[in-house]
Write a protein that binds this ligand. Structure first.
Ligand code: SF4
Ligand code: SF4
Length: 502
């Protein structure tokens, strides 16, 4: 096992795909993210620090959530301990800590639920595995609900469809409501409320970046592709993760979107008010914050008078938009009814490809053998296009149009069976690097397999978190950080630019 010099933890050995580790009790009991400070908690409507009477408050909050989200109660009541989920979580496979088995993660909340909300648990707690809500239990909640990326892989294999992600979200919401929020997610949500994006980039910085991109693309291609900001009357509002504005390989995806709009002859704009597609409200399980973040998109669309809203490459943003926007910020009766709301950039490009409206030279990518990492929130939390399985087929069709050499990873690790990158669900923070590296193991094993078998050189993704996570963790497994690419980078590189609209 290699030991990381920088982080002093053992990088798990890459084994045959699908091997299951022997349990190591407590192996990740030391892992927990930084707790949010009052300045990260209060703007979100949570108490600044652990409140007096936290135990009663937590139980009351649990009662409130059980009433509000019936699914949580159904999930807590219906597990039969069949064990089908135990080896399905990437964090269990990468850490061997039995508390990272989905059923064990659920039981952290279930045992407290039984104690306070079931008759048997009130009178015969030991018989039904019910426990009091103690400081130790809260400590375990904080640690292990931040070792779940809410990826929903376990739910695919559960015969009852129990979704551990929803239980994790409930656990995190209870914790935040008694003053123990997670710094990384809550700090980011506060920034969006205040400035409009996760990175806290103000309008002049955005403008500067976009002007720089225009110069770069013109220098590179000789064509004046525009990257407009706050353009009133544009047809399309593009809402994209703020990482697209500067991070690698994200920015190459943004360059690609601009080229596609240019060639399609469709006027488009970004917005400085809604300069973020990501919505970390979903990670902390709090719909009020999710709605407040999403509301900026509605305001921007109305203010700019656009006809359509297109989402850039971001997994959980797409899930929030596809599955929740209508309830959170609809109705969208002010937009053009001929187009879906929202529309994914891959859908937008796919439609043009289908109509033969783009000239592509895939030979531009002949130096690459590409595979595709399905992102959890796209695969299991939403769909895409107007046919079943569109969320799997459409991004692959875009890649195949742009690349002559494409291979899929093992079917047990793709489509609805995909493994999380290891950094989703609000865990993409440096205080959780060990968890992120270990959680990436199943995906890395599948990736190494296609590298060895087919000479894969690049892995494409349509999620900003996956891209950042892989750029960080692949080197721990002796793979280059530049292996991970944006789908629209591949497309943009193969697209033949003309004078727009041809
Ligand atoms: S939702 Fe994903 S991360 Fe959470 S327990 Fe299930 S498989 Fe693991
Ligand atoms: S697969 Fe479902 S029913 Fe079986 S142990 Fe896991 S959560 Fe419980």
């Amino acid at each position: 096992m290699a030991i990381s010099d920088k982080d002093k933890f053992e990088v798990p050995p890459v084994k045959e795909v699908f091997s299951i580790p022997v349990i190591e009790v407590g192996s990740m009991a030391h892992s927990k993210p930084f707790v949010a400070k009052p300045e990260h908690q209060e703007p979100l409507g949570f108490p600044g620090e652990l409140i007096d009477g936290w135990q009663d408050a937590a139980i009351n909050k649990m009662g409130e959530l059980l009433g509000k989200y019936r699914s949580v109660q159904v999930f807590l009541d219906s597990c039969v301990k069949c064990g089908a989920c135990t080896d399905k979580c990437h964090y269990y496979l990468g850490t061997a800590d039995p508390k990272n088995m989905p059923v064990a993660r659920q039981d952290l909340l279930r045992s407290v639920y039984r104690r306070y909300f079931t008759l048997a648990g009130k009178y015969f707690p030991k018989l039904v595995g019910a426990v009091d809500l103690t400081e130790e239990v809260i400590e375990d909640w904080y640690k292990y609900y931040h070792q779940c990326s809410e990826c929903r892989r376990c739910s695919v294999y559960c015969p009852y469809g129990i979704d551990t992600a929803e239980i994790t979200m409930a656990g995190r919401e209870i914790l935040a409501s008694i003053g123990i929020g997670q710094k990384y997610s809550n700090e980011i949500i506060s920034k969006v409320h205040k400035i409009g994006n996760n990175l806290g980039l103000p309008e002049p910085a955005l403008l500067d970046t976009l002007e720089g991109l225009e110069e770069e693309v013109e220098e590179d291609t000789g064509v004046a592709v525009k990257y407009p900001l706050d353009q009133e009357g544009a047809e399309v509002l593009l809402v994209t993760p703020s990482a697209d504005f500067f991070a690698e390989p994200h920015v190459d995806g943004l360059i690609g979107y601009g080229k596609v709009f240019h060639q399609a002859g469709v006027s488009w704009t970004l917005s400085s008010h809604a300069s973020e597609a990501a919505n970390f409200g979903i990670f902390i399980g709090n719909y009020e914050n999710m709605q407040k973040v999403a509301w900026r998109v509605r305001e921007a669309a109305l203010e700019l008078g656009v006809k359509r809203i297109v989402l850039g490459e971001c997994g959980h943003a797409w899930r929030v938009a596809y599955s929740f926007w209508n309830t959170l910020i609809g109705p969208f009766d002010f937009l053009d009814p001929n187009y879906p709301v929202p529309q994914h950039i891959c859908e937008f490009t796919y439609d043009l490809l289908q109509r033969g409206a783009l000239r592509i030279n895939p030979e531009e990518n002949d130096d690459k053998v590409v595979t595709f990492h399905d992102s959890c929130n796209v695969s299991r939390g939403s769909r895409m296009g107007n046919f079943p399985g569109g969320q799997f087929a459409i991004p692959r069709e875009v890649i195949k149009a742009a690349c002559n050499h494409f291979v899929d990873m093992a079917p047990e690790t793709t489509h609805e069976n995909t493994y999380c990158c290891g950094g989703g669900g609000g865990l993409l923070t440096d205080d959780l690097v060990e968890l992120r590296v270990k959680g990436a193991l199943p995906r890395v094993e599948a990736l190494k397999h296609v590298i060895e078998e087919y000479g894969v050189t690049h892995m494409a993704a349509i999620c900003a978190i996956c891209k950042s996570q892989f750029a960080k963790v692949l080197p721990y497994y002796d793979l280059g950080m530049d292996m991970i690419v944006s789908v629209h980078q591949l497309l943009g590189d193969a697209l033949e630019l003309g004078n727009g609209g041809d």
